[in-house]
Design a protein around this ligand. Sequence first.
Ligand code: UDP
Ligand code: LCN
Length: 815
Amino acid sequence: MASAPSLKRTESLTDALRQSRLHMKRCFAQYMENGKRVMKLHNLMDEMEKVIDDKSERDQVLSSDLGFILCYTQEAIIIPPHVVFAIRRNPGYWEFAKVRSNDLAVETIDVTEYLKYKEMVYEEDWAKDENALELDFGAFDFSIPHMTLSSSIGNGVSFISTFLSSKLSGGNDNAQPLVDFLVNLNLQGEDLMINNTLNTTSKLQSALIIAEASLLTLSGDTPYQKFEMRFKEWGFEKGWGGTAEQVKETMRTLSEVLQAPDPSHVVKFFSRIPMILNIVIFSPHGYFGQSDVLGLPDTGGQVVYILDQVKALEEELLLRSERQGISMKPQILVVTRLIPDARGTKCDQEVEPIHGTKHSKILRVPFRTDKGVLRRWVSRFDIYPYLENFVQDATNKILDHMEGKPDLIIGNYTDGNLVASLMASKLGITQGTIAHALEKTKYEDSDLKWKELDPKYHFSCQFMADTIAMNTTDFIITSTYQEIAGSKDRPGQYESHAAFTLPGLCRVVSGISVFDPKFNIAAPGADQSVYFPYHEKERRLTQFQPAILEMLYNNIENEEHIGHLADKKKPIIFSMARVDVVKNLTGLTEWYGKNPRLRDLVNLVIVGGFFDPNKSNDREEMAEIKKMRAIIDKYQLKGQFRWIAAQTDRQRNGELYRCIADTRGAFVQPALYEAFGLTVIEAMNCGLPTFATNQGGPAEIIVDGLSGFHIDPNNGDESSNKIAEFFEKCRHDGEYWNKYSTEGLKRIHECYTWKIYAKKALNMGNIYGFWRQLNKEQKTAKQRYIQMLYNLQFRNSVKTVPVRVDDVPPPPPPP
Ligand code: UDP
Ligand code: LCN
């Protein structure tokens, strides 16, 4: 965990505490007495209100130094006679202090002591055990530079390139690692850039001068083949460019780097050289397919993201290899699980070409147990026992398909990131990870309460797998800043892994630092051939419209829809998601049910899941379906509300968003927490004004009141009134709706496209590919530590997860 500028000195804190001593003592007595052992900020404030009812007195207390501690507290642990505080003044910066309640003496403590206090609440003996397992991944990072500014978090490439430029400057010896790296550059068995003739900085510099001079005599569009032989004699191999002009530009950039490196030339040089052609992308869980899979449990945005990502990466790779003058073709394999009981999807097919690409495929490898191939879907929470066999089998298949090693491995979500880590460290390949959503922050105190939650969620496996992957990987791609370091008030998803404890199992005193330069923000986009504005009439997919209008407006209740819309002229507020607790579709339906003003102004349509809980084999989904049905009855929503079962056709869904825009409606994303929120950018791409949760990614996508609106999922009344106000204004001002539609679109074009993403991701692959070579020793040492943890601890946790047995015997083999 990053060490922060230390707390104000103990004596001055004590002085400050004296200022409001009487009030404080009563407060602390209340904290001791109320019985809670773990308190969040809102609990501390609620208890304070109970003992100091006068607001101005409370304000006075809060403006003292103690108030300062309280206001920035994320969590307090009550272990009489102490209250122990975890204080976070800025993203990534944590301090810990304990206050003795009877005399208000304050002492700063370190993170280990703080975690021990937390453990005392659940496992006192273990907390006091001097030999309890303590993990400190940061202990290996002493040679790695870390950022210090909260505002720099997520800008890893720019930080690394600045650091690299200082490391490479100051003389030929300092630049030698770059020369060695270029000498060894090889893709698919072919040597690139330079050969051993140019194995020192000075030889390379001189050769570059000669080569550049010779290029000046050629016209810019002269193909590389025309001067290839001469260049080879001087020590140059392919990879500099397809034409004289391109070669000149790359050579000039390298000369600049060798002469006096600066970050912009370092980034530019690494973006031009051929380091990546073959990429493996892991996404084992879920139903990973190109049709009929969306809306199934565990199969949502991750699938959409990866398919769009592959298209964008392939396009960028093709462009780059042409610019580099290499003829080899890129290949991307998305490696997932083969599910024999595929429920009508193509998830039982081993290989499937990816639509819209030339060289990319889905490769499916089944889960294998002692009893043979597992036929049925397994929830992502229960997936751990199958991953080791999976990675072995997958590695063999991948090496076969690619006829060699990939150049980059990218993992997705906990399972994919773990598998990617195992394969990347075994084969020595650059690795990137993407979490999409880390589970830890979704459930309050999920680390402390792991024993209670483990039978259902197996967090002992998940949190350790996540931490292992974060430490193994060379770089981490996130969609937003908040995913890493949260906001002023709320810790980020990665930040919550900085230090945590699983009492009785292990205490992680340093998991991952959000100041680690491996973090990079690269936001995804939405496929703009599918999600385009409603007003682009000539592009509209009119063939879908009759069916969509039927789906929205007919009065039939069947397996596809429940409820109906009596007044078909009203605008529609629309939401679409998997039927998960966190997606909170039930919350939105209840807010609507409770708000007569909103019911009067608009109809509500939601898309997601299906209606018969017995059809689901996902625990949470079943409960949510039942809850939704109860809300529909309780608020008598039929006539104003339509629930449509999950829609899996993306093209048609694009048109659905646009049909909602035709009603001058809005999209509402009410999640209790949303890591990024693809539906938000899909809706905005279609020109639909959007209201989205202020908890997570959407808070960054939308600028509240400008490109859409934030809503608070924990304050349904306020949120439903905010939506109602919008539609009231729209009634009186014809332009109001247009304004939000246009501003939403503007925001998307400025920040959320796949083109920007692909460039950033490939630059990361190159820069971190070099960076890992530079830090080989440190990486190897850390890897040894991780391997030990994996073998001695993680595998034991995996043994606690039941291995699923198919209840239906497999079909007999063909005669
Ligand atoms: N989706 C869909 N049909 C449904 C529900 C969702 O096509 O019935 C799509 C939706 O359009 C989006 C993705 O699934 O592309 C969900 O991504 P998001 O990031 O919103 O949430 P996730 O499910 O990944 O948590
Ligand atoms: C998973 C989620 O929960 C969403 O918030 C993201 O949009 C999606 O993955 C794609 O990254």
